[in-house]
Write a protein that binds this ligand. Structure first.
Ligand SMILES: [Fe+2]
Length: 271
């Protein structure tokens, strides 16, 4: 069975491109049984949910997703607390959070995940990372997500939530793990690039990758760090399949929106 994977389609930031139409065209051509989106569909819950619905109804392909940090953003915590937005996502029938999905011999398990500063440079202390700002630049979750009041606890919450679901599966199944956050250091940004020695702290958690290695995980899909890369390590296929922002596409300029989506998509065959 063919499963399609992609992340960070950011339909709002990429609003001048027909992201949904191009993705639907790819799905109709490739005919996978399932599309998995690893978060950052948009910066607004209503847009994200309607986009997922539109991709599924127009392509005829079952769509599952986890929210990304952008999907959880709120401009007004009084009327839209982070926890409430997350709960609404969990209730959606396309959302993987708390709802493992079995396809063939594989169980798809997912959630947003969070960050615990483990990918940040040792030149900074935990207190410095908890400020979430460096040299005049602010990590935007600080302004739009209430979980940033205690990132370490939030990361622990997701580690336990994911492991609980992994423990409940039958022993003969393989896992496709889906998070928005990054589970391995190799996929973070080189520390010598701009301020990334500091800002890598907010990309994910080393504990997530360590957790995966204790279970029969075959595939690990994620996004968040807008680089497209897939590597095989420790018997796991690690895939970061971000479409990213249109202004980042310049590294592969000359490609159309459709070609960028074809490039970002990865298809895996599962039994
Ligand atoms: Fe993103």
């Amino acid at each position: 069975m063919k499963v399609a994977m992609i992340s960070d389609i950011h339909v709002d930031v990429n609003g001048s491109y027909d992201i949904v139409g191009s993705l639907v065209q790819c799905l109709k051509e490739q005919k996978p049984q399932l599309l998995v989106l690893a978060g950052d569909i948009s910066g607004n819950i209503e847009t994200t949910l309607s986009t997922v619905e539109a991709i599924e109804s127009r392509s005829g392909v079952r769509v599952l997703f986890v929210p990304g940090n952008h999907d959880l953003w709120s401009e007004d915590f009084a009327s839209a607390p982070t926890e409430e937005i997350y709960s609404r996502f969990c209730e959606d029938s396309h959302c993987l959070c708390g709802h493992p999905f079995t396809i063939g011999n594989t169980v798809v398990i997912g959630d947003i995940g969070w960050y615990d500063y483990s990918f940040g440079s040792s030149n900074y202390s935990r207190d410095e990372f908890s400020l979430m700002r460096n040299r005049g630049r602010v990590w935007q979750d600080l302004l739009r997500n209430q979980w940033t009041a205690d990132n370490i606890a939030r990361n622990d919450f997701f580690l336990h939530r994911l492991e609980k679901q992994m423990m409940m599966q039958q022993r003969d199944k393989h896992f496709l793990m889906v998070t928005h956050m990054v589970p391995i250091r190799e996929m973070t940004v080189p520390n010598n690039r701009e301020d990334w020695g500091y800002f890598n702290a907010f990309l994910g958690s080393e504990e997530l990758g360590i957790l995966y290695k204790r279970y029969p995980v075959r595939y690990a899909l994620f996004g968040h760090v807008h680089y497209r890369q897939s590597i095989d390590r420790d018997n796991i296929h690690w895939s970061c399949r971000c479409l990213g922002y249109h202004h980042e596409w310049r590294s592969s300029h000359g490609l159309s929106c459709l070609e960028q989506i074809e490039n970002a998509l990865e298809f895996i065959e599962i039994g």
